[in-house]
Design a protein around this ligand. Structure first.
Ligand SMILES: [Zn+2]
Length: 525
């Protein structure tokens, strides 16, 4: 009890705003702090994958736990003191298959119920990804924000932060007031972008300027995979370098370019440019310049690293003297929405003669979910032999479950995503088998299992473009055009519902109309 009181006192002393609606100003007057809610659910989910995403995958946080997502809202931060924050529910899932309707409805209902408890709000920070697919529901983020509006009303200023691989439908644009997205891929600026959404919201509320007078929206009929639109290389680099200077012009609040999400089949899946601000001409011209710049370079986007078929790449990697030779197993990349359990690539690797001997070229395969194998490996213990099937529980379209038989080298418990991880050595291949799917993005993901990727000849990861840690580790890198729910060869996917014509599918399409459309303010809907 005493401890609880002390911590309450601590919170009051150091956050200043959690329990009071006013703050003292130096001039002795008191100013009411704005009331700002936080909400949002984030996932990118492929409609080309047979996987389903359930509610627990979102690891939803509620109340004050939500602040742990945002270091810029830590108890001692300036921004924390600028408002009376009311965090509701925030969930973030690994990319995956389509979200079940039950999961979506449950998360939305919980959010709305929590929002109802504390109305009214001056502002709402809507933190989403923007590429969620839900069974039987188009444009879930557009649906979600409309349902939020029904609770909070038209006056609340909503500031939306998104991934640049999200989609901005007209109704999302209508119902949000401020909107921004990342400007880097890989997303090294994720937190900076969320902070920008919050800073813009606070400054519009504090200055009394309120909602931006103008919002320009331009759909750009381009649909490209993230692996072709990295901002580390051209033309993505120069295109996205235009965004920050565009956004700091007088009369502009923010400017943003969305590449969009390629592995869902809805009319909203395409690139978008949005600019918000108070200067009508500037807002329009800036949006049109960015959209035109995107369209002009559309044919220059190429994969961020060389690509090839798996067998060609394995030939090269075995012959190479550059190690580690990284291979992206792209088609089943769980961080883009693949099921993560396609066994096709592993089957091809284990069938090759050079990896059958213990002293063959060393290769790490990360990773394959196989709960049945994990149980057998635990029974066998480290150094024991395990023999069981793994993979293809969700996505067996390209290869069936794979029988793994080898020596158990490591068993680790407690990973948030994988739950249990084991390493099994088969010939010269070390395969990471997990209880549940997990992306291997960091060096420590490997070293904690006793693996040393830097000293390994070949490292195969279910990933698209390499995240910074793996990128910096690579001696060479090729991306394999393997099959799966996020096949990078978009022309192999059978789109039915995206708008046409669309680049690059319609080769002889004419230049589109890239005039800015002014979106009605949320008050006028
Ligand atoms: Zn993204």
């Amino acid at each position: 009890m005493k401890k609880a009181l002390l911590s309450l006192l601590f919170v009051q002393l150091f956050t200043g705003c959690e329990f009071s609606r006013t703050t003292d100003r130096q001039d002795g007057e008191t100013k009411e702090l704005p009331r700002i809610a936080i909400a949002g659910i984030a996932i990118e989910s492929s409609t080309f994958s047979p996987a389903l995403t359930h509610e627990e995958a979102f690891h939803a946080k509620t109340g004050d736990d939500i602040f742990t997502y945002y270091p810029f809202l830590s108890p001692d931060s300036l921004n924390r003191k600028r408002a009376n924050w009311i965090p509701t529910l925030r969930g973030h899932a690994l990319p995956g298959g389509i979200v079940t309707r039950e999961a979506y409805e449950s998360l939305v209902t919980k959010t709305l119920d929590m929002l109802k408890e504390n109305i009214p709000y001056d502002g709402l920070f809507f933190d989403i990804h923007g590429a969620m697919s839900v069974v039987g529901l188009d444009d879930p983020e557009g649906d979600f924000i409309i349902r939020i509006r029904e609770v909070v009303g038209k006056k609340t200023i909503i500031s939306t932060s998104m991934d640049l691989h999200g989609n901005v439908s007209w109704r999302l644009a209508q119902n949000t007031d401020l909107i921004t997205c990342y400007r880097l891929a890989p997303h090294e600026d994720a937190l900076e972008s969320k902070k920008r959404a919050v800073d813009n919201l606070l400054s519009r509320i504090e200055s009394g300027k309120g909602k931006p007078a103008f919002k320009a929206w331009i759909p750009v009929p381009i649909l490209l995979p993230g692996e072709k639109t990295s901002t580390r290389i051209e033309p993505g680099k120069s295109l996205y370098a235009k965004v920050a200077p565009a956004s700091i012009q007088k009369g502009i609040i923010d400017a943003a370019i969305w590449v969009g999400y390629a592995w869902a089949d809805e009319p909203r899946n395409h690139a978008v440019v949005m600019v918000t601000g108070d200067d009508k001409e500037k807002v329009i011209s800036t949006a049109e310049e960015l959209a035109k710049s995107f369209w002009e370079v559309r044919s220059d986007f190429v994969f961020v690293a060389p690509t090839g078929t798996l067998s060609e790449i394995l030939d090269k990697a075995v012959a190479s003297n550059k190690h580690p030779f990284m291979i992206s197993d792209m088609g089943d990349n769980p961080t883009a929405g693949g099921a993560g359990d396609v066994t096709w690539t592993l089957k091809e690797i284990l069938a090759r003669p050079e990896f059958k001997l213990e002293n063959g070229p060393s290769l790490i395969y990360a990773s394959i979910p196989g709960p049945e194998f994990v149980i057998k490996a635990i029974e066998a213990g480290i150094g024991g032999k395990a023999d069981a099937y793994a993979g293809a529980e969700v996505d067996a379209r390209f290869a069936p479950p794979i029988r793994l038989s080898g020596t158990v080298e490591a068993i680790e418990y407690g990973d948030r995503h994988a739950e249990t991880e084991v390493v099994v050595k088969i010939g010269s291949v070390q395969v990471i088998v997990t209880n549940k799917r997990k992306p291997y993005h960091k060096e420590i993901d490997f070293t904690r299992l006793g693996l040393n990727p830097r000293e390994t000849d070949i490292v195969v990861v279910k990933i698209g473009y390499l995240v910074p840690e793996l990128y910096n580790m690579r001696a060479d890198w090729i991306m394999a055009l393997t099959p799966g729910g996020v096949d990078q060869d978009l022309e192999r996917l059978n789109y039915q519902r995206i708008k046409r014509p669309m680049f690059p599918f319609d080769k002889d399409m004419k230049d589109p109309n890239l005039e800015a459309q002014l979106v009605p303010l949320s008050d006028d809907i």
